[in-house]
Design a binder for this molecule. Structure first.
Ligand SMILES: N[C@@H](CCC(=O)N[C@@H](CS)C(=O)NCC(=O)O)C(=O)O
Length: 222
């Protein structure tokens, strides 16, 4: 008989795994969390996600679902009577998916280099990250959250910026999301992080800062 219940395979510092935890908590779904050592992945993770071998993986009644943004949509559909994550309107849903894809494909790729860039190169990568985030910020115009009056799908997909980006800034000494350059995004960071389900799920800041400081040094001396 198939295993019952909900399991999340994540890694405590993963900005992608937290998307699922936010979604499950918004839906009040009880789940078991399995923290993976990504340097020594468990047999269970490799069995459930033999294709990319990455976290996060959601296992629902024994069935694995992979890719965090897809998992968030799955959670919304599987527990459809709970908190609405996806917009109800098909056009709004398509828009939310478009911006989520834009953030994952373009903005993440623009933001990651800020972590390790130094000297003159830092100014260039910061500018590129800001340009991408300014485009994304348009989806926030006139709204409290990307989802409107309440947190929705796009908030969960881009939510990691609110907590991880200030850590990237602190570790690298760069300033990306400022009141001058990205006022809507900066104000949304504070609003998003004040949401109960969001803040109760965040990893300890000092631990995340220490991990990222060490990781940056390792990358810079490699
Ligand atoms: N597009 C994937 C990205 C997942 C991803 O990059 N996971 C990282 C942790 S944040 C991972 O498992 N890294 C270990 C590896 O690449 O082997 C998603 O959104 O689920």
């Amino acid at each position: 008989m198939a295993e019952k219940g909900v399991k999340v395979f994540g890694m405590w510092a993963s900005p992608m795994a937290i998307r699922l935890e936010w979604a499950l908590r918004l839906k009040s779904v009880v789940y078991e969390y399995v923290d993976e050592d990504l340097g020594n992945k468990s047999d269970a993770l490799l069995r459930y996600n033999p294709v990319t071998k990455k976290v996060p993986v959601l296992v629902h009644d024994g069935k694995p679902v992979v890719e965090s943004a897809i998992i968030v949509e799955y959670i919304d559909e599987a527990w459809k009577d709970g908190y609405p994550i996806m917009p109800a309107d098909p056009y709004e849903r398509a828009q939310a998916r478009f911006w989520a894809n834009f953030a994952d494909e373009k903005c993440n790729a623009a933001v990651y280099p800020v972590f390790t860039a130094t000297g003159e190169a830092q100014g260039k990568v910061v500018h590129e990250a800001q340009q991408c985030l300014k485009t994304l910020e348009k989806a926030l115009e006139g709204k409290k959250f990307f989802g409107g009056d309440a947190v929705g799908y796009l908030d969960l997909v881009v939510g990691w910026y609110a907590y991880w980006l200030p850590i990237i800034e602190e570790v690298s000494g760069a300033s990306v999301v400022t009141d001058e350059e990205l006022p809507l995004m900066k104000a949304w960071f504070d609003r998003f992080l004040a949401v109960d389900v969001v803040k109760e799920t965040l990893p300890p800041r000092d631990k995340l800062l220490a991990l990222n400081t060490a990781r940056r040094e390792q990358l810079l001396t490699a």
